[in-house]
Structures are given as structure tokens and as C-alpha cells.
Write a protein that binds this ligand. Structure first.
Ligand SMILES: Nc1ncnc2c1ncn2[C@@H]1O[C@H](COP(=O)(O)OP(=O)(O)O)[C@@H](O)[C@H]1O
Ligand SMILES: [Mg+2]
Length: 321
């Protein structure tokens, strides 16, 4: 069944449309501790949804529930249209899971490791070798396929973990802190792989406590804090309301300074990277840019200072204080 599991589009009964993951009002207690106090989110097919929040926010607890490894105390969950509490086998056939700490038997080779999981998922024995070779190529581990896992770098091990999660071609992929400790190049490779998966229609949910790790990766972001969903919105939608500083750079510094002065805008700092302007809304920033261009200032760069998602997150937390 796992052979076919990747291909059926499931119409979600809770959301009323095709969504890879739907979570409504989910809580989870551990004794008297409330790890989750009310989580709402959805992760559409074909997109990367980021689950962002500080340590202890409940990200791993939620992912374990979605991965059928924990049951919620209350609330509704659908993964590929199925309820993990009542149909864990159905969910496991359609869902891939990459835990934060990957237990790999270090003496195995990547090929042996993936073959073991392909067989565990009961993939047609005649197809296993081809599937494994294809996966190794896809995660750029073909050259290391037959070396023991312990010689792999952290980024290579992460990609092996991703290949393991993909071995049964799931339609929903859960990754817990996959970018933690990766160097920028490995992170870029991870981003490209997840982008390809999303483009093929997979619903990807990826957690991190570090916003900047996911900023360039995610289509959408869900913030969690203290077991609750803070805000669910598209990154662009959140960023729209954020008042951040702006940096502008022009080919002609004197013309830029003159035009800014004429409009009563005083740069806070100026460096080779450009002039840092005080915080203003996106609407005001767009108007200022139009005015500068209208004044024939040769603007080559104009954008918010720092990551938009970071700014959005900080603004959200400020509101909560
Ligand atoms: N098995 C458990 N028993 C008791 N408390 C737990 C257990 N698992 C998680 N918690 C608590 O639930 C909260 C959320 O933890 P977790 O989901 O690991 O957060 P995150 O992954 O966002 O760092 C924390 O306060 C944590 O201590
Ligand atoms: Mg965690």
C-alpha cells in the first residue's frame, strides 16, 4: 500500500479542502504540565510551513502527535485527511518524519540504512534497490552511498535523515529542527531539497526555534509560544504590518542625501551597505521609494533592515508583552 500512498489527494474533512495537516484546538498534558494549550494550524499541500517558537513552546510535542507517536489530550488532528489517533497506520503510510535527533547506526552505510527502512515500509522488494539509489542521488549522497555513516558530515547525515523520511514517498513531511547546526551551504541544500518536495505537492511542516533558519525556506509561518499558536499568517502578510527600519543604497550618494533631506528623512547611519532609515510602514517605505525614483535618484537597493520574518516575530512578541 505504501507504494500507492503518495498519489491519492485526500480532501480534508475538517478544513473542507485539500490540506496536508489540519490541527484544531489541540492540547496535550503531561501529568499536571500543559505542554500544548491550544494549537491551531494548517499546512497545505505544495507549501513549506514553518513552525517557529522558543525552546519549550511545544513544537516537538505537536510534531510527535502528527507523527502518531503521542495522542492529544483534546482537539482535532488530520494528517493527509486521516486522524492519527484512530488510523495511525494510514497516517504512517502517508507521512514522513524526521526527528530532531537522528538515531543512525554509525556502522551502516547510507545504502544499507535506507534499504532497511524501505523494507520496513514493505516496498516491493523488486523496487527497493532502485528506490534507494534514486533517493541517494536526490539527496546528493550517491558518492557516499557505501561508506559508513560515521564518516558523513552533519549536513550529510541530515540529508540521509531526509531520505529516510521520504523512503515511502509521503505526501506529508514533518521535520523537527532540521536546520539546527547546519552550515550555510548545507542549509541551502536542505532548502533546495524541501523546495523540490513542496513543488511536487508534498505538505512540508518544519520546526525551528531560530527564525532566520527558516526565513528563506518557508512559504508560511506559524508562531507558537507556551503551547499556543500566536499567529498564523503568510510571511508576507505578517511582514506587511511590521514597522521596520529600511536601508537604501544609490549610485549617487549626494543625490540620495539631498532627496532624503528634502523629504525630512534623516538617515540613522550610513555605510558602504547604504543609508539606514528610521522605521516606517511598508506603505510609507513604498511611497518614499517612489519619491526618490521620481527625483531621479539612482536607487540600486531598498529594503527592510534584517529579515522580515525576524522583524515580524519581534513585533508579535512585543505586542504580547
Ligand atoms: N514527556 C514529557 N513529560 C513532561 N513534560 C514534557 C514532556 N515532553 C515535553 N514536555 C514539556 O512540554 C513543553 C514543550 O516541550 P517541547 O514540545 O519539547 O517544546 P519545543 O520542541 O518547542 O522545544 C516543555 O515545557 C517540556 O518540558
Ligand atoms: Mg523540540
Amino acid at each position: 500500500m505504501s507504494e500507492e500512498a503518495g498519489n491519492d489527494v485526500v480532501v480534508d474533512p475538517v478544513a473542507g479542502d485539500a490540506a496536508g495537516i489540519v490541527v484544531r484546538g489541540v492540547t496535550r498534558r503531561f501529568g499536571s504540565a500543559e505542554a500544548l494549550r491550544g494549537i491551531d494550524l494548517s499546512a497545505p499541500y505544495g507549501q513549506i510551513t514553518a513552525l517557529v517558537g522558543p525552546n519549550g513552546a511545544g513544537k516537538t510535542t505537536l510534531l510527535l502527535i502528527l507523527a502518531t507517536l503521542l495522542t492529544p489530550t483534546s482537539g482535532e488532528v488530520r494528517v493527509a485527511g486521516l486522524d492519527p489517533a484512530t488510523d495511525p497506520d494510514g497516517v504512517r503510510a502517508r507521512m514522513g518524519w524526521m526527528p530532531d535527533a537522528l538515531g543512525v547506526y554509525e556502522q551502516l552505510t547510507p545504502r544499507e540504512y535506507l534499504t532497511f527502512f524501505a523494507e520496513a515500509y514493505r516496498i516491493d522488494p523488486a523496487a527497493v534497490a532502485g528506490r534507494v539509489t534514486g533517493l541517494l542521488a536526490r539527496v546528493h549522497l550517491a558518492e557516499h552511498a557505501d561508506q559508513p555513516v560515521h564518516v558523513l558530515s552533519r549536513g550529510q547525515k541530515q540529508r540521509l535523515g531526509l531520505a529516510r523520511a521520504m523512503v515511502h514517498e509521503p505526501r506529508v513531511l514533518l521535520l523537527d529542527e532540521p536546520a539546527a547546526g547546519l552550515d550555510p551551504r548545507s542549509r541551502a541544500e536542505l532548502r533546495d531539497l524541501l523546495r523540490e518536495l513542496a513543488a511536487s505537492g508534498v505538505a512540508v511542516l518544519v520546526s525551528s526555534h531560530i527564525l532566520s533558519e527558516l526565513e528563506e525556506l518557508a512559504d508560511r509561518v506559524v508562531f507558537v509560544a507556551e503551547g499556543r499558536t500566536v499567529e498564523e499568517d503568510e510571511i508576507a502578510g505578517v511582514a506587511r504590518f511590521v514597522v521596520s527600519g529600511w536601508r537604501v543604497r544609490a549610485l549617487d550618494d549626494a543625490a540620495l542625501t539631498a532627496a532624503l533631506t528634502a523629504r525630512g528623512v534623516a538617515p540613522l547611519a550610513t555605510s558602504a551597505a547604504g543609508s539606514d532609515l528610521p522605521p516606517m510602514s511598508e506603505t510609507d517605505a513604498a511611497a518614499l521609494l517612489a519619491a526618490l525614483v521620481g527625483d531621479d535618484v539612482p536607487v540600486v537597493a531598498f529594503g527592510p533592515i534584517g529579515g522580515q520574518l525576524e522583524a515580524a516575530y519581534l513585533a508579535l512578541n512585543k505586542e504580547r508583552r
